[in-house]
Design a protein around this ligand. Structure first.
Ligand SMILES: Nc1ncnc2c1ncn2[C@@H]1O[C@H](COP(=O)(O)OP(=O)(O)OP(=O)(O)O)[C@@H](O)[C@H]1O
Ligand SMILES: [Mg+2]
Length: 632
C-alpha cells in the first residue's frame, strides 16, 4: 500500500517536485522564498541569545548554570539507584539482530505514525478534525515525543519542501546540542580523572580526544581519553589494573572494565558524579592528532557538524553505531560525511551553500551510501593534505585478502596502514538502512509537496528516519558561553608541541610534554572554575550567532550562491571535470582525485591509485539515470 502510494506520488509529482527541489538537479539556485517575511515576523521565535540578554547579566547565566548542575546531581543519584535496581542488563545480541537485520526499527517507526498518515491520506476529500482548524491555530506544535525537536516549531508553510527538511535538521541539532551544565559536567569529570592520573603517576598526563574534543558529541556520548607518560610503559596490563583500582578507590569510577588483550587496550568505566561513560587508552597520540584534524574539517566545512550529528543519531537509534556489533563508529561516520561533502560536485564548485541545503544533502548522502556506492571496489582514502579521495580497493594491498569484499574501507588519515572501518562487518544492514532512509525521506517529500498547506500542519519529515528517545531537552546550545576544556587543552597541547618540536628539531613522536606544565594542562584554571569568555569574545560570539540563523531564529534563508570563500585547496572547477566526465583527465582533476603520498610503507600501494575516468563516468551516469527514473 505504502509502496503503491509512493510510486503513484512519484509519477504524478516528479516534475513538480523537481521544480521545488531544484538544487538537486541544476545549478540554478536563485529562488526567493516568499515565506521568509512571514517567518521573520513570527513573534514566537525564541532566540536563546536574545533571551540571555533579557535574563540580565552574564553572571546570572553562570549562576543559573550552577543551579542546574546541582539539580543534575540529584537526578544522577536517582538514575544510579534506578540502574542498580534493574541490574544494568547488557543489550542482548540476538534480540538486537532480529530488529536490525530485518530493519524493523525504522519500519516500525513509520508504522507507528502510519495511523496518522492513513487518516491524513485516506481522507483526501474529507476534512479531518485537525485540518478543520486554521493552519495558524496549529502553527506552534506542542511537545511530541516522536519529534521533540519540533516543539513550538512549524515548517509546514515552507514553499520548498527541501527547506522544510533543512530547518528540521537545524531544529534537531539545536535540540541535542549541549547545555552549559552538560559542558561543565564533562569538564569537571575530565579534570578529576586527570588529577587522579597525575597523582598516581607523576610522569603521566591525560588528554581528551574523540567527539568531546571535536564538539561532535551527542548527549550520551562517551569521553575518550588517553594517558601518555615519559616512560611510555603504561599500556602494560599491570598498569591498567593499577589505574582502575586507583580510580575506583578515589570514587571516580564504577562499572569498570579492563580490556587488556586487544590491539588498543583500554579501561572503560562510568564516572559516577556525571554518569558519563569514559574510555581510557594508553600511550598513543593518534587520537589527539585526529581531534585537531577533525576540528579543522569542521571549520572549513559548514554543515559537517549538522550532518554528522544526524547520521550519528540515525545509526544510534538503530543500534548500528557500535563497532563491537559490526556497526559504524563515530570516526568512520565523520570520514564518510566529510568525504561526501568534499566530493559533492555542487559543494566543490560552490554552487550551493551547504548550510542552506542540509535537507537535500542528507537525502543525497543516503542515496550515495545506500544505493550507489561500490562497497566491493572502492575505498575511501586521504591524500597528504588529508583531503578525501576514492581509490580502487585493489590498490590498497594491505586490505587484502578481505573476508568480506562487501565491506567499507576507510583509510585512517592519521595512520595509513589502518582501515578504520574494518570492524564494521554489518555494512549490508547499514547500507539497507541508508537506502530505506532515502526512500522514506523522498516519499515523504513527494507526499508533502502534493499536500495542501492545511494538511501539512503537525507533520515532520525528519521523524520518518530519526528517533530521539532521550530525556526531554530545552534547546539550550550553550557552546558559545561555556568553553569546552577538552578543545582548549587540545589546542594548547598542539601549540606547545609545535614549539617544542621546533626547538628540539626532533620528530614529533619523540616529544613528550611535561605534565607539570600547568599552563599547558589546565590553562591556569582550577578544577572547579568555569570557563568564561571575556567580554569582547562574548560580543563577537553573539554577533556571530545573530549572523548565522540558528534553529530558534526561524529565519528562512533563500537558497543562494555559496558565500564561502574560495580556498586554494578547493579550487573552483567545472562539474564535468569533478565528475571525471571531461574528455581528458586533466591535471586539475587528477590532483583532486589522486593521492600524492610518497612511496613509504603501505602508502606505496596508494601511489597513483585512482578510480579511472570510466568508473567515475559510470557512477555519475547511473546516478543520472536514477534521477531520470524518478527514484530520486
Ligand atoms: N578504528 C579506529 N582506528 C583508529 N582510530 C580510531 C578508530 N576508531 C576510533 N578511533 C579514534 O578514537 C576517536 C574516537 O572514536 P569514536 O569512534 O569514539 O568517535 P567519536 O567521534 O568519539 O564518536 P562518539 O561520540 O560516537 O563516541 C577517533 O577520533 C579516533 O581518533
Ligand atoms: Mg567517542
Amino acid at each position: 500500500m505504502r509502496n503503491w502510494r509512493g510510486k503513484r506520488l512519484r509519477k504524478l509529482s516528479f516534475n513538480k517536485v523537481r521544480e521545488h527541489i531544484e538544487v538537486f538537479n541544476s545549478g540554478s539556485v536563485s529562488d526567493f522564498n516568499e515565506l521568509q517575511s512571514l517567518n521573520d515576523g513570527n513573534g514566537s521565535s525564541r532566540n536563546p541569545f536574545e533571551e540571555l540578554k533579557v535574563d540580565a547579566s552574564y553572571d546570572n547565566l553562570l549562576l543559573s548554570m550552577e543551579d542546574t548542575e546541582l539539580e543534575d546531581k540529584v537526578l544522577i543519584k536517582e538514575i544510579d539507584e534506578a540502574s542498580s535496581q534493574d541490574g544494568g542488563e547488557p543489550p542482548h545480541a540476538l534480540r538486537q539482530e532480529d530488529t536490525l537485520t530485518l530493519n524493523r526499527d525504522y519500519i516500525a517507526f513509520s508504522d507507528s505514525s502510519a495511523g496518522e498518515e492513513e487518516d491524513h491520506n485516506s481522507t483526501d476529500d474529507e476534512v479531518s478534525s485537525e485540518s478543520s482548524k486554521s493552519p495558524m491555530e496549529n502553527a506552534q506544535p506542542e511537545f511530541n515525543p516522536n519529534f521533540p525537536w519540533l516543539l513550538n516549531q512549524d515548517h509546514s508553510q515552507e514553499k520548498q519542501i527541501s527547506q522544510w527538511l533543512t530547518q528540521e535538521i537545524k531544529d534537531f541539532v539545536a535540540y541535542i546540542s549541549p547545555t552549559g551544565s552538560e559542558i561543565i559536567s564533562r569538564n569537571r569529570a575530565v579534570q578529576k580523572i586527570r588529577k587522579a592520573v597525575r597523582s598516581l603517576w607523576r610522569d603521566s598526563d591525560l588528554h581528551v580526544f574523540g567527539s568531546y574534543a571535536t564538539d561532535l558529541y551527542m548527549p550520551g556520548s562517551d569521553i575518550d581519553c588517553v594517558v601518555n607518560s615519559t616512560s611510555m610503559d603504561k599500556e602494560n596490563t599491570q598498569y591498567l589494573y593499577e589505574l582502575a583500582r586507583h580510580l575506583r578507590d578515589e570514587n571516580l569510577a564504577v562499572q569498570i572494565e579492563v580490556i587488556s588483550r586487544t590491539r588498543v587496550p583500554i579501561i572503560k568505566f562510568i564516572e559516577p558524579h556525571s554518569n558519563l561513560h569514559i574510555d581510557v587508552s594508553f600511550e598513543r597520540l593518534n587520537g589527539i592528532e585526529a581531534a585537531r584534524l577533525i576540528r579543522g574539517w569542521l571549520r572549513e566545512t559548514p554543515g559537517l557538524r549538522e550532518l554528522v550529528l544526524i547520521i550519528k543519531q540515525f545509526l544510534a537509534a538503530r543500534r548500528l553505531n557500535d563497532v563491537h556489533t559490526g556497526g559504524l563508529g563515530g570516526f568512520s561516520i565523520i570520514c564518510l560525511v566529510y568525504s561526501f561533502m568534499n566530493l559533492h560536485p555542487k559543494i566543490r564548485t560552490q554552487e550551493i551553500d551547504p548550510l542552506d541545503n542540509l535537507g537535500v544533502l542528507l537525502i543525497d548522502f543516503f542515496e550515495l551510501y545506500g544505493k550507489n556506492f561500490a562497497y566491493d571496489d572502492v575505498a575511501l582514502s586521504f591524500n597528504d593534505d588529508h583531503f578525501p579521495v576514492y581509490v580502487p580497493k585493489s590498490h590498497w594491498k594491505s586490505l587484502l585478502p578481505v573476508r568480506n569484499s562487501f565491506a567499507l574501507a576507510i583509510q585512517d588519515p592519521m595512520e595509513h596502514s589502518n582501515n578504520i572501518s574494518r570492524s564494521s562487518f554489518n555494512m549490508r544492514v547499514i547500507k539497507k538502512a541508508f537506502a530505506g532512509a532515502f526512500d522514506l525521506l523522498t516519499n515523504k517529500c513527494y507526499e508533502l509537496n502534493m499536500a495542501t498547506f492545511k494538511d501539512r500542519v503537525g507533520e515532520s519529515i525528519l521523524a520518518n528516519v530519526i528517533k530521539y528517545k532521550g530525556e526531554r531537552r530545552d534547546f539550550q546550545d550553550d557552546r558559545a558561553f561555556v568553553e569546552n576544556r577538552a578543545i582548549l587543552e587540545n589546542e594548547k597541547f598542539h601549540r606547545k608541541r609545535a614549539r617544542t618540536l621546533y626547538r628540539s628539531g626532533k620528530p614529533a613522536e619523540d616529544v613528550f610534554l611535561d605534565p607539570s606544565d600547568d599552563d599547558l594542562i589546565t590553562g591556569g584554571h582550577d578544577d572547579t572554575e568555569m570557563y568564561r569568555l571575556d567580554e569582547p569574545a562574548k560580543k563577537k560570539l553573539k554577533k556571530k550567532k545573530k549572523a548565522t540563523p540558528t534553529q530558534r531564529t526561524k529565519t528562512v534563508t533563500p537558497v543562494k550562491k555559496s558565500k564561502q570563500k574560495s580556498s586554494s585547496k578547493h579550487p573552483r572547477q567545472s562539474i564535468d571535470s569533478l565528475m571525471g566526465l571531461s574528455d581528458h583527465d586533466g591535471d586539475t582533476e587528477r590532483s583532486s582525485v589522486e593521492p600524492t603520498r610518497s612511496e613509504t610503507g603501505n602508502a606505496a600501494n596508494l601511489k597513483r591509485a585512482t578510480v579511472d575516468a570510466q568508473t567515475r563516468r559510470d557512477y555519475w551516469f547511473s546516478k543520472g539515470q536514477a534521477l531520470a527514473k524518478g527514484s530520486w
